[in-house]
Design a protein around this ligand. Structure first.
Ligand SMILES: [Ca+2]
Length: 466
């Protein structure tokens, strides 16, 4: 499984949206798993100093304690016994990171000051292994994230910080609406950023559980930020996975991308809008943002289309896609037929298609889940004055439960379409695509007829470990 370094950042959701996000993301891709927006599952409650591992008790402010149970991932470091043991060794683990901290030029005074009194927040172990049984559909998710209230707030923010957005567009060539959309989707304009101490969360994850190496870098990077004085500890609050601020930087992402937009010597991506806007733009630019281009187009996919082509790995020019019969729902011409794009059909043949450009891939780097990235791209268009998607979603359909997806995966494995052990369910298999595979047992169609969602099935069948 990929570690997904730098992808852990995105977390600032209201509880309901986060649960949807979790449901959408967790089963889908390993790389989004430990770091996704689960953080605020419980509305950003500060977990506070942790109760003794062996006797869970409610934390301050009513924070939920650790369940004391084995993690659902089945990872040996996520058993209750392993978690207790690691928690018992927490102080040693933290102090054992001093040599690494010293190599990063953190002063001994600061190391001691910032790590004094740190205790593990074991509730995070439950959140890390959370595997919701039911998931929401992409349209429910888009309905929640792209709404009139958020649009109104976004327009206010664009007006209030017009000077900063002007300067940032000039300096970085990154569209203001995308930055404003990320700000709105990630934290609802700084109103939902999570309230866990980044230092405590990353220290916990660096010393307990199945992602320690990854989070050790995040923890040490958080210390570097504090040591340098860019942010104060009380500013570094966020998701359980350590993402903080209005656009949810992880500590390592901060190190790579944060800039001092107003020249005051500090990179304050939490409370200083100039630094925040410039840093988010710098992040997108460094990830390959193409100035002056959009992220993608809604398209009408013709009847009888081969949905095996709806695959991130299958890139063609827009002109080539047009030859296959794809067009915009309004029949407008594509502005740049030579641009390369891939086809995404997030709701399968029954829903709209999208031709995704380079900038969509950049948004996916910012937030590695199609549903988030689509929400960000679409919300940006709406902030710019664009219209809702033209084609309807297949709202009459329901998502498969986790159990149903696992069952499907087992059926696929029995028929030779899935290699490896079906432990985690794939997402939204596409019956159209599957039934076109040579040798597909149409007897399975009875089970699979529920599965109208296209997209990842073909990829899962071809490369289950991607
Ligand atoms: Ca600054």
């Amino acid at each position: 499984m990929q570690s997904g370094a730098g992808l852990a950042r995105r977390a600032g959701f209201v509880a309901s949206a986060t649960m949807i996000a979790a449901a959408l993301l967790l089963p889908a891709c390993a790389h989004a798993q430990a770091q996704n927006g689960l953080s605020n599952l419980f509305g950003g409650i500060f977990s506070g100093p942790n109760p003794a591992p062996s006797q869970p008790a409610p934390g301050p402010n009513g924070a939920q304690p650790w369940s004391g149970e084995d993690g659902a991932s089945g990872h040996p470091l996520m058993t209750a016994a392993a978690i207790r043991e690691a928690a018992g060794n927490f102080d040693n683990c933290v102090s054992g990171m001093w040599p690494d901290a010293a190599r990063r030029n953190i002063t001994q005074d600061n190391f001691q000051r910032f790590t004094a009194g740190l205790a593990p927040d074991l509730r995070i172990m439950d959140l890390m292994d959370s595997q919701p049984e039911f998931s929401k559909s992409i349209w429910d998710y888009l309905d929640i994230l792209v709404n009139d209230n958020r649009l109104a707030k976004g327009k206010e923010v664009l007006a209030r910080y017009k000077a900063q957005f002007d300067a940032t567009e000039n300096a970085y060539g990154v569209d203001r609406y995308i930055i404003a959309a990320i700000w709105g989707i990630e934290s609802n304009y700084s109103t939902q950023m999570g309230d866990r101490s980044v230092l405590q969360s990353t220290a916990t994850l660096a010393c307990v559980g199945r992602r320690q190496a990854y989070f050790k870098d995040e923890f040490l990077s958080a210390l570097e930020i504090l040591n340098r004085g860019d942010l104060r500890p009380e500013q570094m609050r966020g998701s359980w996975a350590g993402a903080f601020g209005p656009t949810q930087f992880m500590p390592t992402a901060f190190k790579r991308f944060a800039v001092d937009g107003d020249g005051d010597g500090r990179r304050d991506v939490v409370d200083n809008p100039t630094d925040l806007i410039a840093s988010t733009a710098n992040n997108l630019k460094k990830d390959g943002w193409q100035s002056g281009q959009t992220w993608g187009y809604e398209v009408v996919v013709p009847q009888g289309f081969n949905y095996m082509l709806a695959d991130r790995a299958k890139t063609m020019t827009i002109a080539q896609w047009e030859k296959l019969g794809l067009k915009r729902p309004t029949n407008q011409p594509f502005p740049h037929p030579a641009e390369k794009a891939y086809l995404l059909a997030p709701a399968g043949a029954q829903g709209p298609g999208f031709l995704m450009l380079q900038n969509f891939r950049v948004i996916m780097k910012y937030n590695p889940a199609e549903a988030y990235a689509m929400a960000i791209g679409h919300f940006a268009d709406r902030l710019r004055g664009g219209q809702p998607f033209v084609q309807p979603w297949p709202r009459q359909e329901r998502e498969l439960s986790r159990t149903e997806r696992l069952e499907l995966q087992q059926l696929l494995a029995q028929r030779g379409f899935y290699k490896g052990t079906p432990r985690r369910p794939i997402r939204r298999p596409d019956p159209g695509g599957l039934t076109q595979l040579p040798g597909f047992d149409r007897g399975a169609r009875g089970r699979i007829c529920l599965l109208r969602r296209a997209g990842s099935a073909a990829r899962a069948v071809k490369s289950p470990r991607k």
